[in-house]
Design a protein around this ligand. Structure first.
Ligand code: SAH
Ligand code: SF4
Length: 376
């Protein structure tokens, strides 16, 4: 298999150029063609010497994972399903906010803030088995390579630039798709370096968010290797409940997790951590749970993001009612915390965590069982 240049951060690409007897600026040139102009054909990189283009084309490629499906919801949310081989699919979701091009005169539109967020996957499946997560129910298949992680952003950027006619359609990235990004640490860090690099995507550290279920030692490593905005999947106000919902809590309990958050904030681009809290009816959504949550998170400067549960077949959970969510949020706000309720977007295309890929995967497994002679 030839080397996929989408997975080389600047340091690695410059080292490759040096090995090939070329100046380091060649790496930056090609990075801009690839990541900013969305070019995959070396022949089109007109300011790079022909000889070098031919040499690099002989040993390397520029290729994103193959698209299995590309769907856009009426609210503009767009989702890609990518094939990563051996029956595994992963997904990325683009969520626009504000107006891109609704026919408004330019001067009027200029005052409005446009934000385009891409939610990126880091693994095919996930080993951590959170009880309410459909990706977790699928089990773990494998880590994505850096090229497969960046490939999602590369493909989404060039497709959106073409359809929307804007130069930088993606202003924010969240590592919140399938998988636990800190369990694929090295590849995720290489991919994030490219997201941050001015010669690639140039996204600021504050607009790049990594979400983790709470791998404490890896949070400390991230602070040193690549501090970006941090979101932590808390989901429960105490260890007894979190042990059930997020089993990794048995290894790294809340107290240790909060200490890691405090250490992280010292070097983070933002002076708070976002705690995600999925609202599960009758499980973690009572006013008493909210009061306990206030006491639990008190030591950590934070914002709390309440996430309506996205149901999937046989999950065994229900989404909290809107009254329960409001009452819960009010308790947090009255205690002086910042709390928001995540909007559900792209419902009609199953744009929530792990849903569509889960279905394709189930189907692939059925087909494979049939091929092995065992009827599903
Ligand atoms: N593995 C990382 C990032 C991917 S999941 C993590 O767990 O943080 C991104 C977010 O979606 C996490 O907060 C996760 O707990 C949440 N999530 C998972 N399944 C969900 C569901 N069915 N409904 C709502 N949120 C869900
Ligand atoms: Fe993995 Fe995150 Fe899903 Fe938990 S919520 S199983 S860590 S993807």
């Amino acid at each position: 298999m030839s080397l996929n240049l989408l997975g080389l951060d600047r340091k690695r690409f410059e080292a490759l150029c040096a090995e090939m007897g070329e100046k380091p600026f060649r790496a930056r040139q090609i990075m801009r063609w690839m990541h900013q102009a969305g070019v995959s054909d070396f022949g089109a990189m007109t300011d790079v010497s022909r000889l070098f283009r031919e040499r690099i084309a002989a040993s390397a490629t520029i290729a994103a994972p193959e698209v299995l499906r590309d769907t856009t919801a009426p609210d503009g949310t767009r989702k890609w399903l990518f094939d990563v081989g051996t029956g595994n699919a992963i997904e990325s979701v683009y969520i626009p906010e504000g107006d891109v091009d609704d026919g408004t005169p330019a001067e009027e539109a200029a005052g409005r803030r446009y934000r385009g967020t891409l939610c990126v996957s880091s693994q095919a499946g996930c080993a951590l088995e959170c009880s309410f997560c459909s990706t977790g129910r699928q089990g773990f298949n494998r880590n994505l390579t850096a090229a497969e992680i960046v490939g999602q952003l590369w493909h989404a950027s060039r497709s959106l630039a073409a359809t929307l006619g804007i130069e930088r359609p993606i202003t924010n990235v969240v590592m919140m798709g399938m998988g636990e990004p800190l369990a694929n640490f090295d590849n995720v860090v290489v991919a994030m370096q490219l997201m941050l690099d001015d010669h690639a995507y140039g996204i600021s550290r504050r607009r790049l968010t990594l979400s983790t279920s709470g791998l404490v030692p890896a949070i400390d490593r991230l602070r040193e290797a690549c501090p970006v905005a941090l979101a932590v999947s808390l989901h429960a106000p105490n260890d007894a409940l979190r042990d059930q919902l997020v089993p990794i809590n048995r290894k790294y309990p809340i107290r240790e997790l909060l200490d890691a958050c405090l250490r992280y904030i010292e070097k983070a681009p933002r002076d708070f951590v976002t705690f995600e809290y999925v609202m599960l009816a009758g499980v973690n959504d009572s006013v008493a749970n909210a009061r306990e949550l206030v006491r639990t998170v008190k030591p950590v400067p934070c914002k709390i993001n309440l996430i309506p549960f996205n149901p999937f077949p046989d999950s065994g959970y229900r989404r909290s009612g809107s009254e329960a969510v409001s009452a819960f949020r009010d308790v947090l706000i009255q205690a002086g915390l910042t709390a928001t309720v995540r909007k559900t977007r792209g419902d009609s295309i199953d744009a929530a965590c792990g849903q569509l890929a889960g279905r394709v995967q189930d189907k692939t497994r059925r087909v494979m069982r049939r091929m092995e002679g065992n009827p599903a």
